[in-house]
Design a protein around this ligand. Structure first.
Ligand code: BG6
Ligand code: MG
Length: 220
């Protein structure tokens, strides 16, 4: 194995609460009931597909243009909330694990559906850990389609079978499996059947990394 591709939201940090606040404003405006249980269903789901879930309890009908406008509005709220992110938002164990894997010689990439990936990485000072970023801006199909991970592997110059994908969402694990990657599941995805390697803490990647050195990769 030569690379690790990380989902961002729910793996390296949590933006659940910020998505919740932003979608709640949209739901309140439409008079639609929205709570954290509904918000949990939005994990790993694209912005447009998230809106469809929010609208499940909406009585009226909306045009495509109106839906696009609601997505834009949600994103404006969300971008304001992203201003609250900083280095302290990310647990030390995440930084230490990424640094360790890099020191081992692994190439690291992000594979996230979020179009705000670069802003989030910059605000939390994580950008420098990654050799490549594949995100919502360079894909046409969302997870469970493997496109975002296939692009990440391509940017790293690696084959899917040479990369681990670390995911917290079931749709992300399905995408990893469909793309021929070795899936590592954390949080919700740890208990998901198709997950190849379940983990309970990100630090476990250090052990997995050491056990999976490919030929030519240096040991610490
Ligand atoms: C995923 C999140 O990473 O990105 C989803 O888990 C979110 O909840 C999706 O909807 C799209 O994010 P953005 O920032 O492009 O609206
Ligand atoms: Mg996620």
């Amino acid at each position: 194995m030569k690379g690790f591709i990380f989902d961002l939201d729910g793996v390296l940090l949590s933006t659940d609460e910020l998505h919740f606040e932003a979608w709640k404003k949209i739901a309140d405006k439409l008079g639609v009931y929205f709570d954290r249980t509904v918000n949990d269903r939005l994990r790993g789901v694209s912005r447009e597909a998230s809106l469809e879930i929010v609208l499940e309890r909406y009585e009226g009908t909306l045009t495509a243009a109106e839906k696009q406008e609601l997505c834009n509005e949600k994103n404006e709220y969300y971008k304001e909330l992203l201003q609250t992110l900083n280095e302290a938002t990310v647990d030390d164990s995440v930084r230490e694990t990424l640094a360790y894997l890099r020191k081992c010689g692994y190439r690291l990439a992000i594979g996230s559906s979020s179009k705000n990936t670069k802003t989030i990485l910059a605000r939390t000072n994580l950008t420098h850990f990654f050799d490549a970023i594949s995100d919502g801006n360079n894909i046409t199909r969302s997870k469970p389609d493997p496109e975002v991970f296939l692009k990440a592997a391509e940017y790293l110059g690696l084959k899917p079978e040479e990369c681990f994908v670390v995911e917290d969402a079931e749709a992300g694990i399905d995408a990893a499996v469909a793309g021929g990657f070795c899936s590592i599941g954390i949080s919700t995805a740890a208990a998901y059947g198709p997950t190849r390697i379940p983990i309970s803490h990100i630090r476990e990647l250090e052990r997995i990394g050491v056990e999976s050195f490919g030929e030519g990769y240096r040991r610490l």
